[in-house]
Each structure stands twice: as C-alpha cells, then as structure tokens.
Design a binder for this molecule. Structure first.
Ligand code: TMP
Ligand code: ASP
Length: 238
C-alpha cells in the first residue's frame, strides 16, 4: 500500500503510495504538540480519530463543491491523497476572537468577526510560524497575486460550508487553519487535514471546547472530546 517515507511532521507521516504515481499515503500519528512543539504528548487513538474526522470533513466538503487532495480513507490511521507540494502558508479563518489574535492585537475574547477574518502565517517551525502579509507571502512562496486571492476566497467558502456543517451538529466553528498544495499540473488544491487539531470547535450551547485547546491549555481529555466530534459527525447523513 505504501512505499518510501517522504516526510514526517508533528502529527502525520507522508509516504509514496505503492504503484500509484501522483498519490500519497498520509498516516496520522498519536502525537500531539503545542506551542511549536514545546509541549508534547502521545494519545492512544488520536491518529484514528483525526484520520476519520478529517476524511469525513473532506468528503462532506467535496459533496458541497469544495475539492481537496483527499481521495479515500484506507484504514484506521491512513488516507490516500493526491500528491501536492505544500505551499508554506497557514491560512487561518476566524469567526470569533480567541487564541493568538486576542494576545497579538488585543481583541476581546469572543469578538465577532463579520465578515470572517483571514490571516496568513508563514509555515516555518524555526521562525515559530509568524503572521505575514500578502507581500511577504508572495516573496516566501511561489504563489501569485491571483492565486493568493483564490486561496483566500476558497478559505472563506470552506468557512461557510463547515460553519453550517458544524452548526447542524450543535457546534460553533470558531476558527481554523488550512493548508494548500500545488499539484504536478500547477493547480492549487486544499491539502493537509481538517480536524480538531486544526479547528476550534465549541459546543453551541455550553461553549465546551471540543478541540486541541483542551491539550494546549490542559483543561480536558483530548480523546474524549475528539470522540465526541466523531460521534456527532457520524450522526449526519451525507
Ligand atoms: P491561533 O489562535 O493559535 O493563531 O490558532 C488559530 C487556528 O489555527 C486554531 O483553530 C488552531 C489552528 N492552528 C493550527 O492548526 N496549527 C498551529 O500550529 C496553530 C498555532 C494553530
Ligand atoms: N501544531 C503546533 C505545534 O506544535 C501548535 C498548535 O497547534 O497549537 O507546533
């Protein structure tokens, strides 16, 4: 099913897919990190949960007209995707203020961003993924002006689709991070993962945090809340 290990990140390994040129196998790990890898732990079952959650979210986006690199879930911890070269930008969409933006710019917790706010970060662990502007993004990656605008528009469409998906299971999509990759033919496609590692998900009624913030802040049981997300997603008919 898989050939050489091409890359290992903090939460996933990337393999060449066996006998399938142009396709990769993503293997979701049980590791969790926060604060640029300063805080680390291993949670039995996390890889399976994020693989399944991310697969369901990409499938749902696909049925709502948003293409991604996702092809299919292969087994508990692995999924097959189209090969892309990741563009080193983290595209964050925020509906409510929390996390780094409250510290960085002084927005009060839960300030509503209407329209939603899009931010760009440079994906570079050595530099701690700093916030950048469009001009930086064009210098630091091979993205053009037109493509950058398309990426931001796509991120807002993803926000729209996912906000309604999560609302239907009683969850507020507070913010999230996307990554995009370039395919061999030069086109840019939504890549990486969409999971409770990369989204802030709050219960609509209680505001209970159902995402990686429970680990970042040490306020809850990561596996229990990821299981709750999967349980609610499983209740949806696609
Ligand atoms: P932030 O408030 O810490 O900037 O995070 C914004 C969103 O991006 C939040 O949903 C968590 C997600 N995120 C990642 O997926 N990876 C990261 O490395 C960081 C810092 C945030
Ligand atoms: N993924 C990030 C890291 O460990 C941090 C985070 O998600 O907060 O570096």
């Amino acid at each position: 099913m898989k050939d050489a290990l091409l890359y290992e990140g903090k939460a996933k390994q990337v393999f060449q897919a066996k006998g399938k040129p142009g396709q990769l196998v993503l293997s979701y790990k049980n590791d969790a990190t926060a604060f640029n890898g300063e805080k680390k732990a291993n949670f039995e079952g996390k890889g399976r949960l994020n693989n399944e959650i991310s697969a369901r979210i990409f499938t749902s986006l696909q049925s709502r007209g948003v293409e991604s690199h996702f092809i299919e879930r292969l087994n508990e911890t692995e999924q097959l995707v189209h090969e892309t070269e990741i563009i080193p930008l983290e595209v964050v969409v925020r509906n409510l203020a929390t996390g780094s933006i409250t510290k960085r710019l002084g927005f009060r917790e839960k300030t509503l961003f209407e329209p939603p706010l899009v931010e760009l970060f440079y994906k570079n662990d050595d530099l701690g993924d700093p916030l950048i502007n469009d001009d930086h993004a064009k210098l630091l990656s091979d993205i053009t002006d037109l493509e950058l605008n398309q990426v931001k528009e796509k991120a807002l469409i993803v926000n729209d689709r996912l906000s309604s998906l999560f609302a239907s299971i009683g969850i507020k999509l507070v913010d999230f991070k996307l990554e995009f990759g370039r395919k061999a033919d030069g086109t840019i496609v939504l890549s990486d993962e969409i999971s409770p590692d990369t989204c802030r998900l709050w219960d609509l009624e209680t505001e209970q945090k159902l995402d990686k913030d429970v680990f970042r802040q040490g306020t809850g049981n990561l596996i229990e809340v990821y299981e709750e997300i999967l349980r609610r997603l499983e209740g949806l008919s696609w």
